[in-house]
Design a protein around this ligand. Structure first.
Ligand SMILES: Cc1cc2nc3c(=O)[nH]c(=O)nc-3n(C[C@H](O)[C@H](O)[C@H](O)COP(=O)(O)OP(=O)(O)OC[C@H]3O[C@@H](n4cnc5c(N)ncnc54)[C@H](O)[C@@H]3O)c2cc1C
Length: 462
Protein backbone atom coordinates (compact mmCIF):
# COMPACT_ATOMS: atom_id res chain seq x y z
CA UNK A 1 0.00 0.00 0.00
CA UNK A 2 1.34 3.47 -0.87
CA UNK A 3 1.50 6.04 1.96
CA UNK A 4 -1.70 8.09 1.99
CA UNK A 5 -2.27 11.68 3.14
CA UNK A 6 -5.67 12.19 4.76
CA UNK A 7 -7.09 15.68 4.86
CA UNK A 8 -8.42 14.96 8.32
CA UNK A 9 -5.06 13.73 9.64
CA UNK A 10 -4.58 10.28 11.20
CA UNK A 11 -4.29 6.88 9.55
CA UNK A 12 -6.19 5.68 6.53
CA UNK A 13 -8.49 2.67 6.41
CA UNK A 14 -7.65 2.24 2.73
CA UNK A 15 -6.70 -1.24 1.49
CA UNK A 16 -5.63 -2.62 -1.86
CA UNK A 17 -9.12 -4.12 -2.15
CA UNK A 18 -10.65 -0.62 -2.01
CA UNK A 19 -8.21 0.56 -4.67
CA UNK A 20 -8.99 -2.38 -6.96
CA UNK A 21 -12.72 -1.74 -6.60
CA UNK A 22 -12.24 1.91 -7.53
CA UNK A 23 -10.23 0.93 -10.61
CA UNK A 24 -13.00 -1.45 -11.71
CA UNK A 25 -15.63 1.30 -11.50
CA UNK A 26 -13.72 3.77 -13.69
CA UNK A 27 -14.05 4.24 -17.43
CA UNK A 28 -10.63 5.93 -17.27
CA UNK A 29 -7.37 4.71 -15.75
CA UNK A 30 -6.23 4.38 -12.16
CA UNK A 31 -2.47 4.83 -11.88
CA UNK A 32 -0.27 3.77 -8.95
CA UNK A 33 3.41 4.75 -8.54
CA UNK A 34 4.73 1.63 -10.29
CA UNK A 35 2.41 1.91 -13.29
CA UNK A 36 3.64 3.05 -16.67
CA UNK A 37 2.24 6.49 -17.40
CA UNK A 38 2.39 7.46 -13.71
CA UNK A 39 5.43 9.74 -14.04
CA UNK A 40 4.06 11.42 -17.13
CA UNK A 41 0.71 12.01 -15.44
CA UNK A 42 2.27 13.61 -12.34
CA UNK A 43 4.55 15.92 -14.34
CA UNK A 44 3.36 19.51 -14.42
CA UNK A 45 4.57 22.60 -16.25
CA UNK A 46 6.91 23.86 -13.51
CA UNK A 47 9.81 21.38 -13.35
CA UNK A 48 10.59 22.63 -9.81
CA UNK A 49 7.49 20.66 -8.71
CA UNK A 50 8.19 16.99 -7.95
CA UNK A 51 5.27 15.52 -6.02
CA UNK A 52 4.23 11.86 -5.95
CA UNK A 53 0.53 11.15 -5.55
CA UNK A 54 -0.45 7.80 -4.03
CA UNK A 55 -3.16 7.42 -6.67
CA UNK A 56 -3.94 9.17 -9.94
CA UNK A 57 -7.41 8.87 -11.45
CA UNK A 58 -7.21 9.77 -15.14
CA UNK A 59 -10.88 10.62 -15.53
CA UNK A 60 -12.52 9.69 -18.84
CA UNK A 61 -15.75 11.53 -18.03
CA UNK A 62 -17.73 13.36 -15.34
CA UNK A 63 -18.88 10.07 -13.80
CA UNK A 64 -15.24 9.14 -13.14
CA UNK A 65 -14.73 12.53 -11.48
CA UNK A 66 -17.73 11.86 -9.22
CA UNK A 67 -16.40 8.35 -8.42
CA UNK A 68 -13.01 9.79 -7.48
CA UNK A 69 -14.57 12.47 -5.28
CA UNK A 70 -16.82 9.99 -3.45
CA UNK A 71 -13.88 7.60 -2.98
CA UNK A 72 -11.67 10.34 -1.57
CA UNK A 73 -14.50 11.55 0.71
CA UNK A 74 -15.18 8.06 2.01
CA UNK A 75 -11.51 7.44 2.85
CA UNK A 76 -10.78 11.10 3.74
CA UNK A 77 -7.92 11.30 1.24
CA UNK A 78 -6.37 14.67 0.36
CA UNK A 79 -7.01 15.39 -3.32
CA UNK A 80 -5.67 17.68 -6.01
CA UNK A 81 -7.34 18.62 -9.30
CA UNK A 82 -5.34 18.82 -12.49
CA UNK A 83 -6.26 20.51 -15.74
CA UNK A 84 -3.35 22.16 -17.59
CA UNK A 85 -0.96 21.75 -14.63
CA UNK A 86 0.21 25.38 -14.89
CA UNK A 87 -0.37 26.55 -11.34
CA UNK A 88 3.05 28.01 -10.49
CA UNK A 89 3.17 26.16 -7.15
CA UNK A 90 2.12 22.84 -8.67
CA UNK A 91 -1.15 22.62 -6.76
CA UNK A 92 -2.48 20.25 -9.42
CA UNK A 93 -0.38 17.47 -7.83
CA UNK A 94 -0.62 16.17 -4.29
CA UNK A 95 2.04 14.37 -2.28
CA UNK A 96 0.70 10.93 -1.23
CA UNK A 97 -2.89 11.92 -1.96
CA UNK A 98 -5.27 11.33 -4.85
CA UNK A 99 -4.75 13.39 -7.98
CA UNK A 100 -7.91 13.85 -10.04
CA UNK A 101 -6.52 14.25 -13.54
CA UNK A 102 -8.99 15.86 -15.92
CA UNK A 103 -6.72 16.02 -18.96
CA UNK A 104 -8.51 13.18 -20.83
CA UNK A 105 -11.75 15.25 -20.61
CA UNK A 106 -10.61 17.63 -23.29
CA UNK A 107 -13.18 17.68 -26.11
CA UNK A 108 -14.28 21.04 -27.52
CA UNK A 109 -17.69 21.17 -29.26
CA UNK A 110 -18.43 24.39 -31.12
CA UNK A 111 -21.94 25.40 -32.10
CA UNK A 112 -21.26 28.00 -34.80
CA UNK A 113 -24.93 28.92 -35.14
CA UNK A 114 -25.40 29.68 -31.44
CA UNK A 115 -21.80 30.93 -31.11
CA UNK A 116 -21.05 28.76 -28.10
CA UNK A 117 -18.39 26.21 -27.20
CA UNK A 118 -18.69 23.34 -24.72
CA UNK A 119 -15.19 22.66 -23.43
CA UNK A 120 -14.04 19.68 -21.34
CA UNK A 121 -12.79 20.57 -17.86
CA UNK A 122 -9.31 19.24 -18.70
CA UNK A 123 -8.81 21.00 -22.05
CA UNK A 124 -5.84 23.17 -22.94
CA UNK A 125 -6.30 26.68 -24.33
CA UNK A 126 -4.80 25.76 -27.69
CA UNK A 127 -7.57 23.18 -28.27
CA UNK A 128 -10.20 25.82 -27.54
CA UNK A 129 -8.63 28.37 -29.89
CA UNK A 130 -8.12 25.86 -32.70
CA UNK A 131 -11.69 24.54 -32.52
CA UNK A 132 -13.37 27.96 -32.43
CA UNK A 133 -11.12 29.49 -35.09
CA UNK A 134 -12.38 26.96 -37.65
CA UNK A 135 -15.45 29.19 -37.72
CA UNK A 136 -13.67 32.55 -37.28
CA UNK A 137 -14.91 32.56 -33.68
CA UNK A 138 -13.07 32.86 -30.36
CA UNK A 139 -13.46 33.62 -26.69
CA UNK A 140 -10.93 35.09 -24.28
CA UNK A 141 -8.06 32.68 -23.60
CA UNK A 142 -4.57 33.17 -22.21
CA UNK A 143 -1.37 33.70 -24.17
CA UNK A 144 0.31 30.29 -23.78
CA UNK A 145 -1.52 27.47 -25.54
CA UNK A 146 -0.54 24.66 -23.16
CA UNK A 147 -2.19 26.42 -20.17
CA UNK A 148 -5.41 24.78 -18.95
CA UNK A 149 -8.89 26.17 -19.57
CA UNK A 150 -9.90 24.96 -16.08
CA UNK A 151 -7.57 26.83 -13.76
CA UNK A 152 -7.38 29.89 -16.01
CA UNK A 153 -11.15 30.36 -16.30
CA UNK A 154 -12.07 29.67 -12.68
CA UNK A 155 -9.49 32.23 -11.53
CA UNK A 156 -10.54 34.86 -14.12
CA UNK A 157 -8.68 34.44 -17.41
CA UNK A 158 -7.04 37.37 -19.16
CA UNK A 159 -5.80 37.31 -22.75
CA UNK A 160 -5.70 39.16 -26.05
CA UNK A 161 -9.49 39.34 -26.31
CA UNK A 162 -10.19 40.48 -22.74
CA UNK A 163 -10.16 44.21 -23.48
CA UNK A 164 -12.84 43.68 -26.10
CA UNK A 165 -14.89 40.80 -24.66
CA UNK A 166 -14.02 40.58 -20.96
CA UNK A 167 -12.26 37.86 -18.98
CA UNK A 168 -12.67 34.17 -19.81
CA UNK A 169 -14.96 33.84 -16.78
CA UNK A 170 -17.09 36.75 -18.04
CA UNK A 171 -17.85 34.69 -21.14
CA UNK A 172 -19.13 31.67 -19.24
CA UNK A 173 -22.74 30.65 -19.87
CA UNK A 174 -22.69 27.62 -17.57
CA UNK A 175 -20.40 25.18 -15.80
CA UNK A 176 -21.04 21.45 -15.25
CA UNK A 177 -19.63 20.60 -11.89
CA UNK A 178 -18.97 17.71 -9.51
CA UNK A 179 -19.57 18.95 -5.97
CA UNK A 180 -17.71 18.08 -2.79
CA UNK A 181 -20.44 15.45 -2.18
CA UNK A 182 -19.77 13.85 -5.57
CA UNK A 183 -22.99 15.12 -7.13
CA UNK A 184 -23.18 16.36 -10.73
CA UNK A 185 -24.87 19.73 -11.09
CA UNK A 186 -24.92 22.65 -13.52
CA UNK A 187 -24.24 26.22 -12.40
CA UNK A 188 -25.50 29.12 -14.51
CA UNK A 189 -27.42 32.34 -14.01
CA UNK A 190 -30.60 30.19 -13.71
CA UNK A 191 -29.27 27.17 -11.83
CA UNK A 192 -27.35 27.67 -8.57
CA UNK A 193 -26.69 31.33 -9.46
CA UNK A 194 -24.76 31.92 -6.23
CA UNK A 195 -22.40 29.10 -7.11
CA UNK A 196 -22.09 30.44 -10.67
CA UNK A 197 -21.08 33.80 -9.16
CA UNK A 198 -18.37 32.10 -7.06
CA UNK A 199 -17.00 30.06 -9.96
CA UNK A 200 -16.23 33.22 -11.91
CA UNK A 201 -13.04 34.22 -10.08
CA UNK A 202 -13.17 32.03 -6.96
CA UNK A 203 -10.79 29.39 -8.37
CA UNK A 204 -11.10 25.66 -7.77
CA UNK A 205 -12.73 26.04 -4.34
CA UNK A 206 -16.31 25.08 -5.14
CA UNK A 207 -16.22 21.87 -7.14
CA UNK A 208 -14.62 20.19 -10.13
CA UNK A 209 -15.70 21.65 -13.45
CA UNK A 210 -16.15 18.87 -15.98
CA UNK A 211 -17.45 21.14 -18.75
CA UNK A 212 -17.48 24.89 -19.44
CA UNK A 213 -19.92 26.49 -21.86
CA UNK A 214 -18.51 29.72 -23.34
CA UNK A 215 -19.98 32.54 -25.41
CA UNK A 216 -18.02 33.02 -28.65
CA UNK A 217 -17.38 36.12 -30.75
CA UNK A 218 -16.73 36.77 -34.44
CA UNK A 219 -13.10 37.82 -34.72
CA UNK A 220 -12.18 36.37 -38.12
CA UNK A 221 -8.92 34.43 -38.27
CA UNK A 222 -6.32 37.19 -38.68
CA UNK A 223 -4.96 39.89 -36.41
CA UNK A 224 -2.39 42.65 -36.91
CA UNK A 225 0.69 41.99 -34.81
CA UNK A 226 3.34 44.63 -34.05
CA UNK A 227 6.46 44.62 -31.89
CA UNK A 228 9.29 47.06 -31.27
CA UNK A 229 12.48 45.82 -29.60
CA UNK A 230 14.44 48.32 -27.49
CA UNK A 231 17.71 47.97 -25.65
CA UNK A 232 16.94 48.22 -21.93
CA UNK A 233 19.45 51.06 -21.49
CA UNK A 234 17.56 53.18 -24.02
CA UNK A 235 14.00 52.14 -23.22
CA UNK A 236 12.86 54.90 -20.87
CA UNK A 237 11.09 57.10 -23.42
CA UNK A 238 9.61 54.14 -25.25
CA UNK A 239 8.21 52.72 -22.01
CA UNK A 240 6.66 56.06 -21.14
CA UNK A 241 5.06 56.16 -24.54
CA UNK A 242 4.01 52.50 -24.19
CA UNK A 243 2.09 53.36 -21.00
CA UNK A 244 0.17 56.08 -22.85
CA UNK A 245 -0.33 53.98 -25.97
CA UNK A 246 -1.53 50.83 -24.20
CA UNK A 247 -3.95 52.54 -21.87
CA UNK A 248 -5.54 54.83 -24.47
CA UNK A 249 -5.71 52.36 -27.38
CA UNK A 250 -9.09 51.12 -28.60
CA UNK A 251 -10.41 47.91 -27.10
CA UNK A 252 -9.40 45.96 -30.20
CA UNK A 253 -5.76 46.49 -29.15
CA UNK A 254 -4.03 44.55 -26.37
CA UNK A 255 -0.44 45.39 -25.52
CA UNK A 256 2.33 43.62 -23.68
CA UNK A 257 5.83 44.52 -22.50
CA UNK A 258 8.38 41.73 -22.13
CA UNK A 259 11.81 42.30 -20.57
CA UNK A 260 14.22 39.60 -21.67
CA UNK A 261 17.81 38.98 -22.75
CA UNK A 262 19.12 38.24 -26.21
CA UNK A 263 21.48 35.30 -26.81
CA UNK A 264 24.50 37.66 -26.47
CA UNK A 265 23.27 38.82 -23.04
CA UNK A 266 21.94 42.23 -24.15
CA UNK A 267 18.95 43.21 -22.02
CA UNK A 268 15.99 44.26 -24.12
CA UNK A 269 12.32 45.09 -23.80
CA UNK A 270 9.83 44.02 -26.45
CA UNK A 271 6.84 46.34 -26.67
CA UNK A 272 4.15 44.46 -28.52
CA UNK A 273 0.50 44.85 -29.46
CA UNK A 274 -2.15 42.82 -31.22
CA UNK A 275 -5.08 44.45 -33.02
CA UNK A 276 -8.11 42.23 -33.58
CA UNK A 277 -10.81 42.82 -36.21
CA UNK A 278 -11.97 45.13 -37.66
CA UNK A 279 -8.51 45.71 -39.14
CA UNK A 280 -9.22 48.69 -41.48
CA UNK A 281 -7.55 51.22 -39.15
CA UNK A 282 -5.25 48.73 -37.44
CA UNK A 283 -1.99 49.72 -39.13
CA UNK A 284 -2.47 53.40 -38.39
CA UNK A 285 -3.38 52.56 -34.79
CA UNK A 286 -0.32 50.38 -34.12
CA UNK A 287 2.28 52.44 -36.02
CA UNK A 288 2.94 54.92 -33.16
CA UNK A 289 4.03 52.00 -30.97
CA UNK A 290 6.82 51.26 -33.45
CA UNK A 291 7.82 54.90 -33.92
CA UNK A 292 8.54 55.86 -30.34
CA UNK A 293 12.10 55.90 -28.92
CA UNK A 294 14.92 54.23 -30.83
CA UNK A 295 14.00 50.60 -31.39
CA UNK A 296 16.73 48.23 -32.58
CA UNK A 297 14.11 46.24 -34.52
CA UNK A 298 10.46 46.53 -35.43
CA UNK A 299 7.96 44.19 -37.03
CA UNK A 300 4.34 44.58 -38.10
CA UNK A 301 2.38 41.93 -39.96
CA UNK A 302 -1.01 40.33 -40.37
CA UNK A 303 -0.95 36.85 -38.89
CA UNK A 304 -3.37 34.04 -38.05
CA UNK A 305 -4.78 34.52 -34.53
CA UNK A 306 -3.92 30.91 -33.58
CA UNK A 307 -0.26 31.47 -34.54
CA UNK A 308 -0.01 34.64 -32.46
CA UNK A 309 -1.61 32.78 -29.54
CA UNK A 310 1.25 30.23 -29.73
CA UNK A 311 4.05 32.85 -29.85
CA UNK A 312 4.97 32.62 -26.16
CA UNK A 313 4.84 28.80 -25.95
CA UNK A 314 8.58 28.52 -26.57
CA UNK A 315 9.39 31.13 -23.96
CA UNK A 316 7.54 29.15 -21.26
CA UNK A 317 8.30 25.51 -22.04
CA UNK A 318 7.95 22.49 -19.76
CA UNK A 319 11.27 21.16 -18.32
CA UNK A 320 12.33 24.52 -16.87
CA UNK A 321 11.99 25.67 -13.27
CA UNK A 322 9.96 28.77 -12.50
CA UNK A 323 9.17 31.12 -9.65
CA UNK A 324 7.18 34.35 -9.70
CA UNK A 325 5.44 36.78 -7.39
CA UNK A 326 3.05 39.17 -9.06
CA UNK A 327 1.17 42.46 -8.60
CA UNK A 328 -1.70 44.00 -10.48
CA UNK A 329 -0.56 47.54 -11.25
CA UNK A 330 -1.96 50.75 -12.65
CA UNK A 331 -0.45 52.87 -15.40
CA UNK A 332 3.13 53.48 -14.24
CA UNK A 333 4.42 57.00 -13.63
CA UNK A 334 8.05 57.87 -14.48
CA UNK A 335 9.28 56.68 -11.07
CA UNK A 336 7.66 53.27 -11.66
CA UNK A 337 9.25 52.96 -15.08
CA UNK A 338 12.65 53.82 -13.61
CA UNK A 339 12.18 51.14 -10.95
CA UNK A 340 11.13 48.60 -13.55
CA UNK A 341 14.24 49.24 -15.66
CA UNK A 342 16.50 49.08 -12.60
CA UNK A 343 14.88 45.79 -11.52
CA UNK A 344 15.47 44.09 -14.84
CA UNK A 345 18.98 45.51 -14.96
CA UNK A 346 19.69 43.43 -11.83
CA UNK A 347 18.34 40.12 -13.22
CA UNK A 348 20.80 37.33 -12.30
CA UNK A 349 20.51 35.09 -15.38
CA UNK A 350 19.56 35.38 -19.04
CA UNK A 351 16.39 33.24 -18.96
CA UNK A 352 14.44 35.24 -16.39
CA UNK A 353 11.93 37.82 -17.55
CA UNK A 354 9.54 40.54 -16.53
CA UNK A 355 6.17 40.58 -18.28
CA UNK A 356 3.47 43.25 -18.20
CA UNK A 357 0.22 41.67 -19.38
CA UNK A 358 -2.63 44.06 -20.07
CA UNK A 359 -6.06 44.13 -18.44
CA UNK A 360 -8.47 47.09 -18.87
CA UNK A 361 -11.19 47.70 -21.44
CA UNK A 362 -14.20 45.39 -21.13
CA UNK A 363 -12.78 43.81 -17.95
CA UNK A 364 -13.97 47.02 -16.26
CA UNK A 365 -17.50 46.80 -17.69
CA UNK A 366 -18.41 44.17 -15.10
CA UNK A 367 -18.87 45.38 -11.52
CA UNK A 368 -16.35 44.19 -8.95
CA UNK A 369 -19.13 42.45 -6.97
CA UNK A 370 -20.97 41.06 -10.03
CA UNK A 371 -18.67 38.03 -10.12
CA UNK A 372 -16.12 36.74 -7.61
CA UNK A 373 -13.37 38.38 -9.69
CA UNK A 374 -12.97 41.73 -7.91
CA UNK A 375 -9.83 43.49 -9.19
CA UNK A 376 -11.24 44.91 -12.39
CA UNK A 377 -9.58 48.33 -12.44
CA UNK A 378 -5.98 47.20 -12.93
CA UNK A 379 -4.12 48.13 -16.10
CA UNK A 380 -1.49 45.37 -16.06
CA UNK A 381 -0.45 42.16 -14.39
CA UNK A 382 3.20 42.65 -13.43
CA UNK A 383 5.07 39.31 -13.53
CA UNK A 384 8.78 39.05 -12.64
CA UNK A 385 9.48 35.43 -13.60
CA UNK A 386 12.63 33.59 -12.53
CA UNK A 387 13.49 30.78 -14.93
CA UNK A 388 16.29 28.26 -14.43
CA UNK A 389 17.45 24.74 -15.15
CA UNK A 390 18.19 21.83 -12.83
CA UNK A 391 21.58 22.31 -11.20
CA UNK A 392 21.47 26.10 -11.42
CA UNK A 393 21.44 27.94 -8.07
CA UNK A 394 17.88 29.22 -7.66
CA UNK A 395 18.52 31.30 -4.52
CA UNK A 396 19.68 34.52 -6.26
CA UNK A 397 16.81 34.22 -8.73
CA UNK A 398 14.17 33.81 -6.05
CA UNK A 399 15.70 36.78 -4.18
CA UNK A 400 15.61 38.83 -7.37
CA UNK A 401 11.90 38.10 -7.83
CA UNK A 402 11.14 39.00 -4.20
CA UNK A 403 13.23 42.20 -4.32
CA UNK A 404 11.62 43.22 -7.61
CA UNK A 405 8.18 42.50 -6.18
CA UNK A 406 9.00 44.64 -3.09
CA UNK A 407 10.31 47.49 -5.24
CA UNK A 408 7.09 47.58 -7.26
CA UNK A 409 4.79 47.39 -4.21
CA UNK A 410 4.05 51.15 -4.25
CA UNK A 411 2.39 50.68 -7.65
CA UNK A 412 0.35 47.60 -6.66
CA UNK A 413 -3.44 47.70 -6.79
CA UNK A 414 -4.02 44.06 -5.81
CA UNK A 415 -3.12 40.67 -7.17
CA UNK A 416 -4.53 38.25 -9.72
CA UNK A 417 -5.58 35.00 -8.04
CA UNK A 418 -4.04 32.93 -10.83
CA UNK A 419 -0.64 34.50 -10.16
CA UNK A 420 -0.52 33.37 -6.53
CA UNK A 421 1.94 30.68 -5.51
CA UNK A 422 3.22 28.93 -2.39
CA UNK A 423 3.37 31.17 0.66
CA UNK A 424 0.90 33.61 -0.89
CA UNK A 425 -2.19 32.43 1.02
CA UNK A 426 -2.41 35.62 3.04
CA UNK A 427 -2.83 37.52 -0.24
CA UNK A 428 -6.27 36.03 -0.93
CA UNK A 429 -7.89 39.26 0.29
CA UNK A 430 -5.78 41.24 -2.19
CA UNK A 431 -7.14 39.01 -4.94
CA UNK A 432 -10.84 38.87 -4.08
CA UNK A 433 -11.22 42.11 -2.09
CA UNK A 434 -14.62 42.72 -0.54
CA UNK A 435 -15.94 39.52 -2.19
CA UNK A 436 -14.09 37.43 0.38
CA UNK A 437 -16.99 37.47 2.84
CA UNK A 438 -19.52 36.12 0.31
CA UNK A 439 -16.97 33.62 -1.02
CA UNK A 440 -16.35 32.25 2.47
CA UNK A 441 -20.11 31.93 3.07
CA UNK A 442 -20.58 30.08 -0.23
CA UNK A 443 -17.59 27.87 0.56
CA UNK A 444 -19.28 26.95 3.85
CA UNK A 445 -22.44 26.09 1.91
CA UNK A 446 -20.88 24.10 -0.94
CA UNK A 447 -17.72 22.72 0.67
CA UNK A 448 -18.00 22.99 4.46
CA UNK A 449 -15.17 20.50 5.16
CA UNK A 450 -12.84 22.33 2.77
CA UNK A 451 -12.43 19.15 0.73
CA UNK A 452 -11.19 21.29 -2.22
CA UNK A 453 -8.24 22.85 -0.42
CA UNK A 454 -5.21 22.41 -2.69
CA UNK A 455 -5.83 25.69 -4.48
CA UNK A 456 -5.78 29.37 -3.57
CA UNK A 457 -7.84 28.38 -0.61
CA UNK A 458 -10.97 30.07 0.63
CA UNK A 459 -11.60 28.98 4.21
CA UNK A 460 -15.31 28.21 4.86
CA UNK A 461 -17.07 30.79 7.04
CA UNK A 462 -17.80 29.57 10.57
C1 LIG B 1 3.08 29.75 -18.90
C2 LIG B 1 1.86 30.36 -18.27
C3 LIG B 1 1.12 31.30 -18.97
C4 LIG B 1 -0.01 31.87 -18.40
N1 LIG B 1 -0.71 32.80 -19.11
C5 LIG B 1 -1.85 33.29 -18.59
C6 LIG B 1 -2.66 34.18 -19.34
O1 LIG B 1 -2.34 34.55 -20.46
N2 LIG B 1 -3.81 34.63 -18.78
C7 LIG B 1 -4.19 34.24 -17.53
O2 LIG B 1 -5.26 34.67 -17.09
N3 LIG B 1 -3.44 33.40 -16.78
C8 LIG B 1 -2.29 32.92 -17.28
N4 LIG B 1 -1.53 32.07 -16.54
C9 LIG B 1 -1.93 31.74 -15.16
C10 LIG B 1 -2.91 30.58 -15.20
O3 LIG B 1 -4.20 31.11 -15.38
C11 LIG B 1 -2.86 29.78 -13.90
O4 LIG B 1 -1.58 29.23 -13.73
C12 LIG B 1 -3.90 28.66 -13.89
O5 LIG B 1 -3.98 28.11 -12.61
C13 LIG B 1 -3.56 27.59 -14.88
O6 LIG B 1 -4.60 26.69 -15.00
P1 LIG B 1 -4.28 25.16 -15.32
O7 LIG B 1 -5.56 24.48 -15.51
O8 LIG B 1 -3.26 25.08 -16.38
O9 LIG B 1 -3.55 24.74 -13.99
P2 LIG B 1 -3.70 23.52 -12.95
O10 LIG B 1 -2.42 23.57 -12.20
O11 LIG B 1 -4.09 22.25 -13.60
O12 LIG B 1 -4.87 23.99 -12.06
C14 LIG B 1 -4.70 25.03 -11.12
C15 LIG B 1 -5.79 24.91 -10.08
O13 LIG B 1 -7.03 25.24 -10.69
C16 LIG B 1 -8.05 24.39 -10.22
N5 LIG B 1 -8.63 23.71 -11.38
C17 LIG B 1 -8.09 23.52 -12.60
N6 LIG B 1 -8.98 22.97 -13.43
C18 LIG B 1 -10.10 22.79 -12.72
C19 LIG B 1 -11.37 22.29 -13.02
N7 LIG B 1 -11.69 21.85 -14.24
N8 LIG B 1 -12.31 22.25 -12.03
C20 LIG B 1 -12.01 22.71 -10.79
N9 LIG B 1 -10.81 23.20 -10.44
C21 LIG B 1 -9.88 23.25 -11.41
C22 LIG B 1 -7.42 23.47 -9.19
O14 LIG B 1 -7.62 24.05 -7.92
C23 LIG B 1 -5.96 23.51 -9.52
O15 LIG B 1 -5.15 23.36 -8.39
C24 LIG B 1 -0.39 31.49 -17.10
C25 LIG B 1 0.35 30.54 -16.39
C26 LIG B 1 1.46 29.98 -16.97
C27 LIG B 1 2.27 29.00 -16.19
Amino acid sequence: MPAITRYTGGKTDLTTVHIKKLGARLAGELLLPDDSGYDQARTVWNAAVDKRPALIVRCANAVDVAEAVRFARKHEILISVRCGGHNIAGKAVVENGLMIDLTPICDVHVDPAKKTAAVGGGAALGALDRATQKYGLATTAGVVTHTGVGGLTLGGGVGRLARKFGLACDNLISVDLVTAEGEQITASSDSHPDLFWALRGGGGNFGIATSFKFRLHDIGTEVLFAVATHRLDGAKDALNHFMEFATSAPREVTSQAAFAKMADGTAIVNLGAVHIAPLDEAEATLTPLLNSGSPIATRMEKRPYVDVQADADQRFPYDQRYYWKTHLINKLPQAGIDTLIACYDAVPNHRSMIILQQFGGAVRDVGSADTAFANRDAEFDFIPAAVWHEGEDSAPLVSWVRDTWESMKPHSCGVYMNGLGDGDDERLSDAVGANEVRLRELKALYDPTNFFRLNTNIIPAE
